[in-house]
Design a protein around this ligand. Structure first.
Ligand SMILES: Nc1ncnc2c1ncn2[C@@H]1O[C@H](COP(=O)(O)OP(=O)(O)OP(=O)(O)O)[C@@H](O)[C@H]1O
Length: 232
């Protein structure tokens, strides 16, 4: 579904990502782990087209490297950004509609809205409330639901656990597990390795812009890679 070939991201003299090769198969959940400054957000930015990069980004076999960010969304990419960036002044309902802005199937949009409100009942209670008044965990749920409203082929989740209480983090990852079970393809960037590994088929560990490990969570057991690079 996603293939990164020799991806490079530089900010002036800083090489944030160096020749990264990464794949996410259809229906797979891949976790991208690594310490602060490893290049995880830069990788996500390069996939969405919001950060300039070199190398190739293929979505479903099609090279999207040259496409602007909005065209990539139209091709089936969606992101729940780091820091739960919802439209704070818009209501929860309006955030849902923004996520579905490119869709023309009204009945489908209605059905999906109901589906995600069933999954996150608290968002139904807050439907008419400005998103900025939600708690951190509620905003994270909304950011994910909004991304899902575009009916993506591939969902990118950038640090869904950031700044949330452990109980909420577990809830968010339970939901991510449900999304995977429904057949969605996911790339999840996380500092919280234990949660990310619960449902991951494969794990990439990135440090200073380079891959240090690729394999299954089981392959990681018995190595000291987690404590060396991720601290857990
Ligand atoms: N706009 C920028 N200008 C200059 N350097 C940047 C910029 N954005 C990121 N960097 C640098 O690139 C490197 C990778 O940053 P990136 O944000 O991709 O890492 P990360 O793995 O997402 O880290 P974190 O987990 O702390 O969010 C870091 O050294 C960072 O300082």
């Amino acid at each position: 579904m996603l293939s990164l070939e020799k991806l490079q991201v530089s900010y002036g003299a800083v090489q944030a990502v160096r020749s990264l090769d990464l794949t996410v198969g259809e229906g797979e959940l891949v976790a991208l782990l690594g310490p602060n400054g490893a290049g995880k957000s830069s990788t996500i930015g390069a996939i969405t087209g919001l950060v300039p990069s070199k190398g190739r980004v293929l979505l479903g076999g099609t090279d999207i490297s040259m496409l602007p960010a909005e065209s990539r969304i139209a091709k089936g990419l969606a992101i729940s950004p780091e820091g739960r960036r919802v439209f704070a002044n818009l209501t929860v309902g309006e955030n849902f509609r923004m996520g579905a802005a490119l869709r023309r199937d009204r009945a489908g949009v209605r059905d999906d809205t109901e589906r995600f409100l069933d999954m996150f009942p608290v968002l139904r209670e807050r439907f008419a409330q400005p998103a900025g008044t939600l708690s951190g965990g509620e905003q994270q749920m909304l950011a994910i639901a909004r991304a899902l409203m575009s009916r993506p082929r591939l969902l990118l989740l950038d640090e869904p656990s950031l700044g949330l209480a452990p109980l909420i983090v577990t809830k968010i990852f339970d939901f991510i597990g449900e999304l995977k079970a429904s057949g969605l393809t996911l790339l999840v960037v996380e500092q919280n390795a234990a949660q990310a590994m619960r449902f991951a088929d494969r794990v990439y560990i990135l440090s200073t812009g380079e891959v240090r490990f690729v394999g299954t969570p089981a392959d990681l057991e018995g190595t000291d890679l987690m404590s060396v690079y991720v601290g857990g």
